[in-house]
Design a protein around this ligand. Structure first.
Ligand SMILES: Cc1cc2nc3c(=O)[nH]c(=O)nc-3n(C[C@H](O)[C@H](O)[C@H](O)COP(=O)(O)O)c2cc1C
Length: 319
Protein backbone atom coordinates (compact mmCIF):
# COMPACT_ATOMS: atom_id res chain seq x y z
CA UNK A 1 0.00 0.00 0.00
CA UNK A 2 1.52 3.36 -1.01
CA UNK A 3 0.50 4.93 2.29
CA UNK A 4 1.63 7.81 4.42
CA UNK A 5 0.65 8.65 8.01
CA UNK A 6 0.02 12.36 8.46
CA UNK A 7 -0.89 13.60 11.91
CA UNK A 8 -1.15 16.54 14.25
CA UNK A 9 -0.57 16.05 17.98
CA UNK A 10 0.00 18.38 20.90
CA UNK A 11 2.62 17.29 23.43
CA UNK A 12 2.63 19.17 26.72
CA UNK A 13 -0.20 19.63 29.19
CA UNK A 14 -3.33 17.80 28.25
CA UNK A 15 -6.57 16.64 29.80
CA UNK A 16 -6.15 12.90 30.51
CA UNK A 17 -8.54 10.73 32.56
CA UNK A 18 -10.07 13.72 34.32
CA UNK A 19 -6.84 15.51 35.21
CA UNK A 20 -4.27 17.72 33.54
CA UNK A 21 -1.09 15.77 32.80
CA UNK A 22 2.10 16.68 30.97
CA UNK A 23 2.71 14.40 28.00
CA UNK A 24 6.17 14.20 26.46
CA UNK A 25 4.69 12.57 23.37
CA UNK A 26 1.13 13.44 22.37
CA UNK A 27 -1.50 10.67 22.36
CA UNK A 28 -2.16 10.96 18.64
CA UNK A 29 1.58 10.81 17.96
CA UNK A 30 1.73 7.48 19.84
CA UNK A 31 -1.07 6.10 17.70
CA UNK A 32 0.46 7.47 14.49
CA UNK A 33 3.75 5.78 15.34
CA UNK A 34 2.01 2.42 15.84
CA UNK A 35 0.17 2.74 12.52
CA UNK A 36 3.35 3.72 10.71
CA UNK A 37 5.13 0.66 12.13
CA UNK A 38 2.36 -1.75 11.21
CA UNK A 39 2.10 -0.41 7.66
CA UNK A 40 5.79 0.30 7.26
CA UNK A 41 4.66 3.74 6.09
CA UNK A 42 6.46 7.07 6.53
CA UNK A 43 5.20 9.52 9.14
CA UNK A 44 4.68 13.23 8.68
CA UNK A 45 3.70 15.50 11.53
CA UNK A 46 1.74 18.69 10.85
CA UNK A 47 3.58 21.22 12.98
CA UNK A 48 2.32 24.75 13.44
CA UNK A 49 4.74 27.49 12.44
CA UNK A 50 3.91 29.11 15.76
CA UNK A 51 3.93 26.21 18.27
CA UNK A 52 1.05 25.80 20.70
CA UNK A 53 1.85 26.59 24.33
CA UNK A 54 2.68 23.73 26.69
CA UNK A 55 0.11 25.25 29.05
CA UNK A 56 -3.30 23.56 28.68
CA UNK A 57 -5.41 26.66 29.34
CA UNK A 58 -3.45 28.73 26.81
CA UNK A 59 -3.89 26.04 24.16
CA UNK A 60 -7.60 25.86 24.92
CA UNK A 61 -7.95 29.62 24.47
CA UNK A 62 -5.89 29.81 21.28
CA UNK A 63 -7.55 26.82 19.66
CA UNK A 64 -11.02 28.15 20.45
CA UNK A 65 -10.14 31.49 18.91
CA UNK A 66 -8.78 29.76 15.76
CA UNK A 67 -11.91 27.67 15.45
CA UNK A 68 -14.37 30.51 15.99
CA UNK A 69 -12.62 32.73 13.44
CA UNK A 70 -12.04 29.80 11.00
CA UNK A 71 -8.43 30.92 10.95
CA UNK A 72 -5.86 29.53 8.51
CA UNK A 73 -3.19 28.08 10.78
CA UNK A 74 0.16 27.94 9.01
CA UNK A 75 2.27 24.80 9.31
CA UNK A 76 5.99 24.19 8.92
CA UNK A 77 7.22 22.80 5.59
CA UNK A 78 6.74 19.05 5.42
CA UNK A 79 9.44 16.59 4.47
CA UNK A 80 7.20 13.64 3.56
CA UNK A 81 4.82 14.90 0.89
CA UNK A 82 1.36 13.44 0.68
CA UNK A 83 1.20 14.34 -3.00
CA UNK A 84 2.07 10.94 -4.44
CA UNK A 85 0.51 8.74 -1.73
CA UNK A 86 -2.80 7.18 -2.65
CA UNK A 87 -3.69 6.26 0.93
CA UNK A 88 -3.47 8.82 3.69
CA UNK A 89 -3.85 7.82 7.35
CA UNK A 90 -4.76 11.10 9.02
CA UNK A 91 -4.43 11.50 12.80
CA UNK A 92 -5.65 14.33 15.01
CA UNK A 93 -6.77 15.02 18.59
CA UNK A 94 -10.40 16.08 18.97
CA UNK A 95 -10.44 19.72 19.97
CA UNK A 96 -13.70 21.39 20.86
CA UNK A 97 -15.64 18.44 19.51
CA UNK A 98 -14.10 18.64 16.05
CA UNK A 99 -10.87 18.79 14.02
CA UNK A 100 -8.22 21.26 15.20
CA UNK A 101 -8.22 24.23 12.85
CA UNK A 102 -4.64 23.49 11.70
CA UNK A 103 -5.82 20.10 10.42
CA UNK A 104 -8.80 21.66 8.62
CA UNK A 105 -6.49 24.23 7.01
CA UNK A 106 -4.13 21.49 5.86
CA UNK A 107 -6.96 19.37 4.42
CA UNK A 108 -8.33 22.33 2.48
CA UNK A 109 -4.97 22.82 0.80
CA UNK A 110 -4.89 19.31 -0.71
CA UNK A 111 -6.54 17.68 -3.72
CA UNK A 112 -8.52 14.68 -2.44
CA UNK A 113 -10.13 13.44 -5.62
CA UNK A 114 -10.01 9.64 -5.69
CA UNK A 115 -7.58 9.34 -2.79
CA UNK A 116 -8.13 7.06 0.19
CA UNK A 117 -8.46 8.83 3.52
CA UNK A 118 -8.37 6.79 6.74
CA UNK A 119 -8.86 9.17 9.68
CA UNK A 120 -8.04 8.33 13.28
CA UNK A 121 -8.35 10.52 16.34
CA UNK A 122 -7.76 10.55 20.07
CA UNK A 123 -10.16 12.23 22.45
CA UNK A 124 -11.00 12.39 26.13
CA UNK A 125 -14.62 11.33 26.15
CA UNK A 126 -16.47 13.04 23.32
CA UNK A 127 -15.54 10.53 20.62
CA UNK A 128 -14.79 12.05 17.23
CA UNK A 129 -17.56 14.68 17.53
CA UNK A 130 -18.51 16.07 14.14
CA UNK A 131 -15.17 15.12 12.54
CA UNK A 132 -16.70 12.78 9.96
CA UNK A 133 -19.04 15.45 8.62
CA UNK A 134 -16.22 18.03 8.58
CA UNK A 135 -13.88 15.62 6.78
CA UNK A 136 -16.51 14.96 4.11
CA UNK A 137 -16.84 18.71 3.54
CA UNK A 138 -13.11 19.42 3.59
CA UNK A 139 -12.03 16.51 1.38
CA UNK A 140 -14.41 16.41 -1.60
CA UNK A 141 -13.88 13.35 -3.76
CA UNK A 142 -11.92 11.42 -1.13
CA UNK A 143 -12.66 7.76 -0.52
CA UNK A 144 -13.28 8.44 3.12
CA UNK A 145 -13.76 5.92 5.92
CA UNK A 146 -15.36 6.73 9.29
CA UNK A 147 -12.89 8.02 11.86
CA UNK A 148 -11.34 5.54 14.29
CA UNK A 149 -11.73 7.14 17.74
CA UNK A 150 -9.47 6.03 20.62
CA UNK A 151 -9.52 7.57 24.08
CA UNK A 152 -6.23 9.39 24.67
CA UNK A 153 -5.51 7.65 27.97
CA UNK A 154 -5.84 4.26 26.27
CA UNK A 155 -3.55 4.66 23.26
CA UNK A 156 -0.97 2.28 24.72
CA UNK A 157 -3.66 -0.42 25.00
CA UNK A 158 -5.19 0.16 21.58
CA UNK A 159 -3.30 -2.51 19.63
CA UNK A 160 -6.27 -4.81 19.08
CA UNK A 161 -8.60 -1.99 18.02
CA UNK A 162 -5.87 -0.75 15.71
CA UNK A 163 -5.24 -4.16 14.15
CA UNK A 164 -8.99 -4.63 13.51
CA UNK A 165 -9.32 -1.18 12.03
CA UNK A 166 -6.30 -1.61 9.74
CA UNK A 167 -7.72 -4.93 8.55
CA UNK A 168 -11.00 -3.19 7.63
CA UNK A 169 -9.07 -0.43 5.81
CA UNK A 170 -7.09 -2.96 3.82
CA UNK A 171 -10.13 -5.11 3.00
CA UNK A 172 -11.98 -2.05 1.76
CA UNK A 173 -9.12 -1.05 -0.50
CA UNK A 174 -8.92 -4.61 -1.84
CA UNK A 175 -12.64 -4.71 -2.63
CA UNK A 176 -12.59 -1.36 -4.37
CA UNK A 177 -9.38 -1.40 -6.33
CA UNK A 178 -9.25 -2.96 -9.77
CA UNK A 179 -5.63 -3.84 -10.31
CA UNK A 180 -4.75 -4.24 -13.99
CA UNK A 181 -6.24 -1.72 -16.39
CA UNK A 182 -7.19 -4.61 -18.71
CA UNK A 183 -9.93 -5.58 -16.24
CA UNK A 184 -11.83 -2.35 -16.92
CA UNK A 185 -15.02 -3.15 -18.81
CA UNK A 186 -16.90 -1.23 -21.50
CA UNK A 187 -14.10 1.19 -22.25
CA UNK A 188 -15.80 2.19 -25.53
CA UNK A 189 -18.44 4.02 -23.44
CA UNK A 190 -15.77 6.61 -22.65
CA UNK A 191 -16.06 7.85 -26.25
CA UNK A 192 -19.84 8.31 -26.08
CA UNK A 193 -22.71 5.95 -26.94
CA UNK A 194 -25.07 7.37 -29.61
CA UNK A 195 -24.75 10.83 -28.05
CA UNK A 196 -21.50 12.71 -27.48
CA UNK A 197 -19.81 12.09 -24.11
CA UNK A 198 -19.44 15.78 -23.38
CA UNK A 199 -16.87 17.60 -21.29
CA UNK A 200 -15.78 16.91 -17.72
CA UNK A 201 -18.75 17.53 -15.46
CA UNK A 202 -17.04 20.29 -13.47
CA UNK A 203 -20.28 22.07 -12.57
CA UNK A 204 -21.41 19.09 -10.47
CA UNK A 205 -17.99 17.70 -9.48
CA UNK A 206 -18.60 18.56 -5.82
CA UNK A 207 -21.55 16.12 -5.80
CA UNK A 208 -19.67 13.24 -7.42
CA UNK A 209 -16.92 10.87 -6.32
CA UNK A 210 -14.69 10.16 -9.32
CA UNK A 211 -14.79 11.60 -12.83
CA UNK A 212 -18.06 12.12 -14.68
CA UNK A 213 -18.82 13.80 -18.02
CA UNK A 214 -21.92 15.70 -19.08
CA UNK A 215 -23.37 16.61 -22.48
CA UNK A 216 -26.51 18.74 -22.22
CA UNK A 217 -28.85 17.52 -24.95
CA UNK A 218 -31.88 19.67 -24.11
CA UNK A 219 -31.48 22.89 -22.14
CA UNK A 220 -34.38 24.89 -23.50
CA UNK A 221 -35.97 27.52 -21.22
CA UNK A 222 -39.32 26.96 -22.98
CA UNK A 223 -39.33 23.28 -21.92
CA UNK A 224 -39.47 22.34 -18.26
CA UNK A 225 -37.26 19.22 -18.46
CA UNK A 226 -33.51 19.03 -18.85
CA UNK A 227 -32.01 16.16 -20.83
CA UNK A 228 -28.37 15.25 -20.43
CA UNK A 229 -26.04 12.43 -21.35
CA UNK A 230 -24.04 11.50 -18.25
CA UNK A 231 -20.96 9.27 -18.51
CA UNK A 232 -19.31 7.82 -15.39
CA UNK A 233 -15.75 6.50 -15.27
CA UNK A 234 -15.32 3.20 -13.35
CA UNK A 235 -16.05 3.71 -9.63
CA UNK A 236 -17.64 7.12 -10.24
CA UNK A 237 -20.99 7.81 -8.58
CA UNK A 238 -23.03 10.76 -7.52
CA UNK A 239 -23.98 11.63 -3.93
CA UNK A 240 -27.34 10.73 -2.49
CA UNK A 241 -29.83 13.29 -3.78
CA UNK A 242 -33.53 14.09 -4.08
CA UNK A 243 -35.50 15.72 -6.89
CA UNK A 244 -38.07 17.99 -5.28
CA UNK A 245 -41.25 18.98 -7.13
CA UNK A 246 -40.07 16.91 -10.02
CA UNK A 247 -38.74 13.52 -11.09
CA UNK A 248 -35.95 11.88 -13.00
CA UNK A 249 -35.93 9.24 -15.70
CA UNK A 250 -32.71 7.43 -16.53
CA UNK A 251 -32.33 5.63 -19.87
CA UNK A 252 -29.24 3.44 -19.69
CA UNK A 253 -27.17 3.61 -22.87
CA UNK A 254 -23.85 1.93 -22.03
CA UNK A 255 -21.72 -0.10 -19.65
CA UNK A 256 -22.67 -1.28 -16.17
CA UNK A 257 -23.90 0.79 -13.27
CA UNK A 258 -25.86 0.98 -10.06
CA UNK A 259 -29.05 2.71 -8.96
CA UNK A 260 -30.20 2.72 -5.36
CA UNK A 261 -33.04 4.29 -3.42
CA UNK A 262 -32.64 4.84 0.35
CA UNK A 263 -33.67 1.73 2.29
CA UNK A 264 -33.76 -0.43 -0.88
CA UNK A 265 -31.19 -2.85 -2.32
CA UNK A 266 -29.05 -1.47 -5.14
CA UNK A 267 -30.14 -2.36 -8.67
CA UNK A 268 -27.49 -3.28 -11.25
CA UNK A 269 -28.09 -1.46 -14.53
CA UNK A 270 -27.37 -2.45 -18.13
CA UNK A 271 -28.05 -0.79 -21.50
CA UNK A 272 -31.78 -0.67 -22.21
CA UNK A 273 -32.77 -0.36 -18.54
CA UNK A 274 -35.14 2.42 -17.54
CA UNK A 275 -35.27 3.95 -14.05
CA UNK A 276 -37.95 6.31 -12.79
CA UNK A 277 -37.23 8.29 -9.61
CA UNK A 278 -40.30 9.93 -8.15
CA UNK A 279 -40.59 13.28 -6.41
CA UNK A 280 -38.88 13.31 -2.98
CA UNK A 281 -37.13 9.93 -3.26
CA UNK A 282 -33.55 9.86 -1.96
CA UNK A 283 -31.28 7.95 -4.35
CA UNK A 284 -27.92 7.78 -6.12
CA UNK A 285 -26.55 6.32 -9.36
CA UNK A 286 -23.18 5.62 -10.88
CA UNK A 287 -20.81 3.16 -12.50
CA UNK A 288 -19.73 -0.18 -11.10
CA UNK A 289 -16.19 -0.13 -9.80
CA UNK A 290 -14.74 -1.79 -12.91
CA UNK A 291 -16.91 -0.52 -15.78
CA UNK A 292 -17.65 2.67 -17.66
CA UNK A 293 -21.34 3.57 -17.57
CA UNK A 294 -23.61 6.03 -19.33
CA UNK A 295 -27.22 7.07 -19.15
CA UNK A 296 -29.49 9.76 -20.46
CA UNK A 297 -31.03 11.70 -17.54
CA UNK A 298 -34.37 13.44 -18.06
CA UNK A 299 -34.92 15.67 -15.06
CA UNK A 300 -37.37 18.20 -13.70
CA UNK A 301 -37.67 19.95 -10.35
CA UNK A 302 -34.99 21.09 -7.95
CA UNK A 303 -32.23 18.74 -6.83
CA UNK A 304 -31.15 18.58 -3.20
CA UNK A 305 -27.64 17.16 -2.91
CA UNK A 306 -26.86 15.13 0.20
CA UNK A 307 -23.98 13.05 1.61
CA UNK A 308 -21.68 10.91 -0.54
CA UNK A 309 -22.28 7.17 -0.84
CA UNK A 310 -19.77 5.89 1.69
CA UNK A 311 -16.90 3.84 0.41
CA UNK A 312 -17.83 0.80 2.57
CA UNK A 313 -21.37 0.91 1.23
CA UNK A 314 -20.18 1.14 -2.36
CA UNK A 315 -17.49 -1.52 -1.85
CA UNK A 316 -20.07 -3.95 -0.42
CA UNK A 317 -22.38 -3.78 -3.47
CA UNK A 318 -20.81 -6.82 -5.12
CA UNK A 319 -21.02 -9.00 -1.99
C1 LIG B 1 -7.58 22.50 23.10
C2 LIG B 1 -8.12 21.15 23.47
C3 LIG B 1 -9.46 20.86 23.24
C4 LIG B 1 -9.95 19.59 23.54
N1 LIG B 1 -11.27 19.30 23.27
C5 LIG B 1 -11.72 18.04 23.50
C6 LIG B 1 -13.06 17.69 23.17
O1 LIG B 1 -13.84 18.48 22.67
N2 LIG B 1 -13.47 16.42 23.42
C7 LIG B 1 -12.64 15.49 23.98
O2 LIG B 1 -13.07 14.36 24.18
N3 LIG B 1 -11.37 15.80 24.28
C8 LIG B 1 -10.88 17.04 24.04
N4 LIG B 1 -9.58 17.35 24.34
C9 LIG B 1 -8.70 16.27 24.80
C10 LIG B 1 -7.88 15.69 23.65
O3 LIG B 1 -8.66 15.40 22.52
C11 LIG B 1 -7.19 14.41 24.06
O4 LIG B 1 -6.46 14.60 25.23
C12 LIG B 1 -6.28 13.89 22.95
O5 LIG B 1 -5.91 12.56 23.21
C13 LIG B 1 -5.03 14.73 22.82
O6 LIG B 1 -4.23 14.22 21.78
P1 LIG B 1 -2.75 14.74 21.54
O7 LIG B 1 -1.98 14.40 22.78
O8 LIG B 1 -2.28 13.96 20.36
O9 LIG B 1 -2.82 16.20 21.27
C14 LIG B 1 -9.09 18.61 24.09
C15 LIG B 1 -7.76 18.94 24.35
C16 LIG B 1 -7.27 20.20 24.04
C17 LIG B 1 -5.81 20.51 24.29
Amino acid sequence: MAAVVIYFSHAGENFVSGAIKALTIGNTAVLAEKIGQRLDAPLQEIQPLEPYATDYEKTLARSQQELLSAQCVVWRPMTVGSVSARSIFLGFPVWWGTLPQIVSTYLQSQDWQDRWLFPFCTHEGSGCGDSDQRLAQLCPGAKLLPTLAIRGGRVQRADLALANWLAVCQQTIKKMEVSPMSEIKNEAVENGVIFPRGAKNDAYAQYFIGQSYLANLVADPAVNVGVGNVTFSPGCRNNWHIHHQGYQILLVTGGEGWYQEAGQPARRLHPGDVVVTHDGVKHWHGATKDSWFSHIAITTGTPEWLEPVSVEQYASLDD
